[in-house]
Ligand binder design. Sequence first.
Ligand SMILES: Cc1ccc(-n2nc(C(C)(C)C)cc2NC(=O)NCCN2CCOCC2)cc1
Length: 411
Amino acid sequence: AWMDADFRRQLSAQRERVEDAFEFEGRKVGRGSYGQVFKTKPRSCADASAGDYALKQIEGSGLSMSACREIALLRELKHPNVISLKQVYLAHETRQIWLLFDYAEHDLWRMINFHASAKKCNSQVSLPPNFTKSIMHQILCGIHYLHSNWVLHRDLKPANILVMGATSPERGRVKIADLGLARLFHQPLTPLTEIDPVVVTFWYRAPELLLGARHYTKAIDLWAIGCIMAELITDKPLFYCKQEEDIKTSSPYNRDQLERIFSVMGFPSQQDWRDLPHLPKYGDLVRNFGTGQQYARFSLGRHMSRSFGMSETSSEFRLLSRLLAMDPLRRPSAREALEDRYFLEEPRPAADVFNDFDIPYGKRDFISDSSDNKDDPARLHFASRGRHLAVASQQQQRPICSQQLPHRFDS
Ligand SMILES: Cc1ccc(-n2nc(C(C)(C)C)cc2NC(=O)NCCN2CCOCC2)cc1
């Protein structure tokens, strides 16, 4: 061994082990190709008041490329709206890697689903009037910080937008994270592999990516933020498109997803998007859609006003349509979006997105290890990558409709 044996023994005796420091048996809240996540409390301070922590056990053993990337990236970043890495544990015996984060009780995927199902039962849940504005402001602050450090997110979607819960000192604060799969491949044209059967959603992918753009850009993140803003307003994914379960496409071109975008936005004209003909998949586009005349009468304004009564003159709509410019060159930077009139008007964005309202969402369910076996039909667990097809298994999901929902909630 390259190290003196005694010295090694001394080091390993001193090293703090993650199982000694944290209680996490039976407290799994997430599982996927990235590894698994536990909701833990430090064993030391027994008092329940201490905040919870999220322990991510990285899949595989040893310093994999993705573990290196995640640690190297996160240890350099520090911003109130970006998830922060508190500690790294290397279990030398098993060569396991554990990452310690602050625990986030909520995320936009679960929050939006909660409101969508409450709506279906005609039981509106009261939220502060600046709820969407506060969330949008904090997402843009976090992304502005990342972009200024030349970090692109590349997979922004509701599941990756976490929100701190009532027991956290940062109650109601947005934390941008990346729980998912896309991080493993940073080229947009990488074929989806069988590593992960979880279907990656294309609902937040910018049109230039679907048309073969070879590199991610900041504008691609801003498009996804526009999609998230629309979903916060309507409780529906703006560019929802059913997807074949076994999508193993290697081509970035997704005709159904493009069709959905055009049926909301209209078809981009030469004036709208000068560089469109230079995109790799422009030929496929013309073959499938011709001149796009069939989408001539569609527009975002028409869609948002007809389906959701949104005024096309409101500053909320104006910002949304800036973010969802088909031509990436016309989308605002994160800073320009933050300077939009929308954030200067009353009501102003709040640091706690729930304001003084009680938080109506349940806590995350623990994933029981019994549901680990694949042939358990009820095994549909929350895939933290925001897979919109997965729901909690029945015994975990309390149907909203059966309860009488009080106007206000006890958190
Ligand atoms: C390979 C690789 C994977 C992920 C990242 N990554 N990147 C980010 C940015 C800074 C871009 C938002 C965050 C993460 N990692 C996690 O969010 N990790 C999950 C943290 N969560 C776990 C569940 O509990 C809350 C914290 C980098 C590289």
